[in-house]
Design a protein around this ligand. Sequence first.
Ligand SMILES: [Zn+2]
Length: 92
Amino acid sequence: MSYRPSVDNVTKAGSNDKEGLYEFIVKLADGTECRVFYHRFPEWRLTNISRLQKTPCPVCRKDFICKCMDSFAGDIGRQVEDGQWIDKALAE
Ligand SMILES: [Zn+2]
């Protein structure tokens, strides 16, 4: 069965407001956490995603760096948008 990420929470980890660069930690329902970078100009756009190596990768089970989350960037980005997670994370 293929992996289906489910965004559970998003928190802001850093930003450069002037440049429009933002870093968020996205927590998935299975406990996986990802570092996600966004550029907000001209519109919010996910530019990079990588898994925090706190837990093994839910896809390949490696506990070191892998590229699996790259293939879920679109799905995760859509969930972040649908759930208005960026607005919530920036409001904190
Ligand atoms: Zn992996």
